[in-house]
Design a protein around this ligand. Structure first.
Ligand code: SIN
Length: 531
């Protein structure tokens, strides 16, 4: 096994990981590990924009109130305060580094999205906001010679010694590398691929959450998965996101009979909170016995639509849908995980030396339902904070180079072997079945029976979560199964409906609804160095 020693290890290259790397780079050697090419992250695909209280008509206090309201009583107020107060500074800095957000004349142009009481969403090149932010952050990271990138590397596990995180084992093609670091940051994004319908890229398999859980980190709020109301639903087309900004600019939702329906579900109509719109669409789909509804922009000026949403226009056109003339078939899809690795306001987890930021982390900033376009801002603000905190570990202690004690995991391994021998599972079949079960049973509308069925099915494959796999695809399945089980268990335990978590058998909030649910792996199996 090859050994590399660095000062800081950043796992993930979306907005949070890159922003942290920029803070770490002047303080020591940084290794950034990514599973694919560095730009392949949820950030790259974020369309609508980034919410920030920078317009003349806005105030941080109003952004705070809107975020708290969307979070449905479960936001950590101090985390939200940090987000809205530090957000304008982080965005201004990004503009100084070259980010080109769209303007009207000389002033920044702000759009509207659901549950915002002001036009506060900055956008870039119409609907390529994340791509623009990623471009600027990558070029800033490139300006530091202290940062070394490892693309196409999958993390096997964290290195935990004496209860402290000392880096990670990674898979580089078929070779295992141990990367030892004084501080390790998880910024691997979300879990969308656990569901068969998702707006997330293929890399979003819950890796950061699963490896943190295996190492003994606390996860929190894992029942809260946000479903985006409008992903493209067309044969052979990807489940491409159709930004909420389209409804912000006046797009309407129609059922397959072409009838408008949103006003009968919520007074805010198309701009009702995301969970309300997603459930309304599912109700219409069931009522009309179809599998989709339509997004309608045909009443808007064609030139405006093409200019405002160039990427969406071009993508839909590839599938023979001209969004200026045709109704767009859409249905909801898993979009964002509000829960994650529990951290303090500086990205620190319960494991010394381990930090998390962005969608992988749970600071409590989103509560039970994220306000649209708050996630890119979260990545910037909390990526920065985690970077500053992790940098402070530099020099605090000399790097200890102890070998990890091999733990006997023979019992577990033989149970796994029995499972493999007895069932000879096809891992790709399991992956597909898992995603379908999660969508059908743990999706937008859940109940005790559906969740119980999911738990039984997922538990059959549980031995896979203990396997020492050696390929990216196998490791992804192990991580997907780990987070799927945790999401299902958390959803079963929350007997009430709050924010994005809706239980048809408990439609009210229920008792003790303000409690946050945390999970931690029992300390039965320690992680050992891969052979
Ligand atoms: C969108 O453009 O609708 C996605 C923005 C977000 O999820 O924050």
């Amino acid at each position: 096994m090859q050994d590399i020693t660095t000062d800081f290890l950043v796992i993930g290259s979306g907005v949070a990981g890159l922003r942290a790397a920029i803070e770490l780079a002047p303080c020591g050697k940084v290794v950034v590990v990514t599973k694919d090419i560095p730009t392949e992250s949820s950030t790259e695909y974020a369309q609508g924009g980034v919410a920030v209280a920078l317009s003349d008509e806005d105030e941080v206090g109003i952004h705070f109130e809107d975020t708290i309201k969307a979070g449905d009583g479960l936001c950590r107020e101090e985390a939200v305060r940090v987000l809205v107060e530090e957000g304008p500074r982080r965005i201004s800095e990004l503009i100084e580094w070259g980010a080109e957000f769209d303007k009207e004349d000389t002033k920044l142009s702000f759009t509207m999205e659901a549950a915002h009481s002001r036009r506060r969403i900055l956008h870039a090149h119409g609907d390529s906001t994340g791509k623009e932010m990623e471009r600027v952050l990558i070029s800033k990271v490139r300006s530091f010679s202290s940062v070394r990138k490892f693309p196409f590397c999958t993390v096997l596990d964290l290195i935990i010694e004496n209860g402290e995180c000392r880096g990670a084992y990674i898979l580089n093609n078929e070779d295992i590398i141990s990367i030892r670091a004084k501080a390790t940051l998880l910024a691997t994004g979300g879990i969308g691929q656990v569901f068969s319908r998702t707006t997330n890229p293929a890399v979003a398999t819950g890796d950061g959450m699963a490896i943190a859980y295996r190492a003994g980190a606390v996860l929190e709020d894992m029942e809260f998965v946000q479903f985006h109301p409008t992903a493209l639903f067309a044969p052979l087309a990807p489940q491409f996101l159709l930004s909420e900004a389209m409804r912000g600019e006046g797009a309407l939702l129609r059922n397959i009979k072409k009838e408008l329906f949103m006003k009968s579900y919520h007074p805010a109509g198309e701009l009702a909170p995301r969970d309300v719109v997603s459930r309304a669409i599912i109700s219409e789909i069931v009522r009309t016995e179809s599998n989709h509804v339509y997004l309608d922009l045909t009443h808007l000026k064609a030139d405006f639509v093409k200019k405002r949403f160039p990427r969406i226009y071009a993508t839909c056109l590839k599938y023979d849908i001209d969004i200026t003339k045709d109704l767009i078939p859409v249905s909801p899809a898993a979009h964002y995980m509000m829960g994650g690795v529990k951290t303090d306001l500086n990205g620190a987890t319960n494991i010394r030396g381990l930090y998390a930021a962005g969608e992988t982390a749970c600071t409590g900033v989103h509560g039970a339902n994220r306000l649209a376009s708050n996630s890119l801002l979260e990545g910037l603000v909390y990526g920065f904070r985690a970077g500053v905190a992790a940098a402070q570990r530099q020099g605090a202690e000399a790097l200890k180079r102890k070998r990890v004690e091999e733990e006997s995991s023979r019992g577990a391994t033989s149970a796994v072997q029995r499972f493999l021998d007895s069932t000879l599972p096809n891992l790709d079949e399991i992956r597909t079945a898992l995603r379908r079960i999660m969508w059908d049973r743990v999706g937008i509308i859940r109940c005790g029976d559906s969740l119980g069925e999911a738990r039984v099915r997922l538990s059959e494959w549980k031995p896979l979560t203990e396997m020492n796999f050696k390929t990216r695809r196998e490791l992804e399945l192990k991580n997907m199964l780990t987070v799927a089980l945790i999401i299902t268990e958390s959803a079963l335990e929350r007997k009430g409906s709050v924010g994005a978590h809706y239980r048809s058998d408990f439609p009210e909030k229920g008792e003790n609804w303000q409690n946050h649910r945390t999970v931690k792996k029992p300390a039965s199996r320690k992680i050992s160095a891969p052979a």
